[in-house]
Design a binder for this molecule. Structure first.
Ligand code: NAD
Length: 479
């Protein structure tokens, strides 16, 4: 698919549902061709302040059933526009159609879980006659939406799913949100907002703004109208937010450097299949992508051969081609970075087995053997389709290597030995351990998030997000 000037898309801000024009605009490009595919509004500080003022002064009275209905209806609308939304994701991100179709499916799951969870009252009851000085009373708990507004800031890598993981739990808990999607992939967020309004969401409950982060983000982090900041993105900005959004609740989902650990007893064919899909899906741009492959030396040669075979079997290229398995990365600058760290590793002694070919933002899936943890390609987060293989000799070494970076998001373990499995579960410093599955495996409902530089340990996933987005009030009655 090519774009022409006549198909350029222009999105205005959505302040409480109103389309607000701005004096200045920001270009959005298609990473595959580099052409401008449209523009978005560039909000001023006054636009942002107005969005918060409206949100702050609105109190949603939607019943649980009404919230359920809005979320379910939004899911139906998304399903009916699956193809169009998937194309839009592909266009703004360069992710291939297989990836963008999968993403739209995930978004429907998020809506389904959030809708159903909106029906659940998890209030608790405590009898007070439990001790010798007890009383004939009961204490009850009640969840309330936040007094102030939620600020949601999202990254480029899943233009729909990252956004919906913040918005759906906010709606399910009757909160009001001001969202700032990534300026690299903003269109899908605007489409989602319109779908939610169409599904019956009171417009005051959601505003979407975009602009120059250096101009508008401090207001989004420090405004008195804000109670909570939920952010998904890289470590530098996550830590900036941690220092800036003082006395706000903070949910920070940051980077990862997830390993797959392949033990000597593993099914090597299965391990190589998991490694390839965990490394290249979404062009390697998942916080939970496999970014290091730690392989027992006794099986490493076979593993690497199989991995190279699977890597070369992958079709990469034109993101709009429905048969392509991997599109571009987000932009040429990112692709150049991968090329640079891979070349650095080769110069330091790593062996290039395949890939490391770049054309604009298209970067081929790449296998590097004989990598060591001191190389940048393994130590830092390489947010792209690179598979660095590090060989080890014992489980102690595997655990040390795995824990040897600043990150602690997720992990994948290939073994059938229960003694190994129990040690990995207890000794890896991460948020999740997936046995014989990719690190990114989860339900949209289940708790998700990392520790160390990957996050503060407060989880996302529909259920946990709904807990974070509420205050628990207790009340007691004579009984
Ligand atoms: P990024 O940190 O560059 O940007 C994320 C968002 O922050 C964008 O919307 C950006 O506009 C905004 N931003 C920029 N400056 C800001 C400021 N001063 N204050 C507040 N916000 C500001 O991240 P990215 O490049 O879009 O995404 C890639 C990163 O996201 C990777 O590190 C990846 O691991 C991480 N990520 C983490 C998870 C997770 O759940 N842990 C999931 C997906 C992606």
């Amino acid at each position: 698919m090519t774009t022409t000037a006549s198909s350029l898309r222009h999105e205005t801000l959505r302040i409480a549902g109103e389309h607000v024009e701005t004096r200045e605009r920001i270009d959005v490009t298609y990473p595959y061709t580099g052409e401008v595919i449209g523009t978005i509004g560039k909000a001023t500080l006054e636009d942002v302040r107005r969005a918060y003022r409206i949100a702050r002064s609105y109190k949603s009275r939607l019943t649980r059933y009404e919230r359920y209905q809005i979320l379910m209806r939004a899911g139906e609308i998304i399903a009916s526009r699956l193809d169009e939304i998937s194309r839009l994701i592909t266009l703004e991100s360069g992710l291939c159609r297989k990836d963008s179709l999968y993403e739209v499916g995930r978004a429907s799951d998020v809506l389904l879980f959030a809708a159903n969870q909106a029906l659940v009252d998890d209030g608790q009851v405590f009898s007070c006659d439990l001790t010798h000085h007890g009383k004939s009373r009961k204490v009850y708990t009640l969840r309330e939406p936040l007094q102030g507004v939620i600020t949601a800031i999202t990254p480029f890598n899943h233009p729909l799913n990252q956004v919906i993981h913040k918005i759906a739990p906010a709606i399910a808990t009757n909160n009001r949100t001001v969202l700032k999607p990534s300026e690299k992939t903003p269109f899908t967020a605007y489409v989602l907002a319109d779908i939610l309004y169409e599904a019956g969401l009171p417009p005051e409950m959601l505003s979407v703004v975009s602009g120059d982060p250096r101009e508008i983000c401090d207001e989004m982090l420090t405004s008195d109208d804000v109670d909570l900041v939920t952010f998904t993105g890289g470590v530098p900005i996550g830590k900036y937010i941690a220092g800036k959004a003082v006395y706000k609740r903070q949910i920070l989902e940051l980077g990862g450097n997830d390993p797959i650990i392949v033990m000597e007893d593993a099914d090597i064919e299965e391990a190589a299949t998991l490694a390839a899909s965990g490394s290249y899906k979404n062009s390697g741009q998942r916080c939970t992508a496999i970014k290091r492959m730690l392989v027992h030396a006794s099986v490493a040669d076979r593993f690497v051969d199989l991995l190279v075979e699977k890597t070369q079997a992958l079709k990469y290229g034109d993101p709009m081609d429905p048969d392509v398995d991997m599109g571009t990365v987000i932009d040429e600058e990112a692709a150049i970075y991968f090329e640079t760290v891979v070349n650095e590793a080769i110069a330091a002694g790593a062996t290039l087995r395949c890939g490391n070919v770049r054309k604009g933002a298209l970067y081929s899936p790449t296998v590097l053997d004989n990598v060591t943890l001191d190389m940048r390609v393994a130590r830092e987060e390489t947010f792209g389709p690179v598979s660095p293989v590090i060989r080890f000799g014992s489980i102690e070494e595997a655990i040390r290597l795995s824990n040897g970076t600043a990150f602690g998001l997720s992990s994948s373990i290939c073994t059938n030995r229960l003694d190994y499995i129990t040690r990995f579960i207890s000794e890896l410093n991460v948020g999740s351990v997936n046995i014989r599955e990719v690190p990114g495996y989860r339900l949209e409902l289940t708790p998700f998030g990392g520790i160390k530089d990957s996050g503060l340990g407060y989880k996302e996933g529909v259920l946990e997000a709904m807990k974070s987005f509420t205050n628990t009030k207790t009340y007691s009655l004579p009984w």
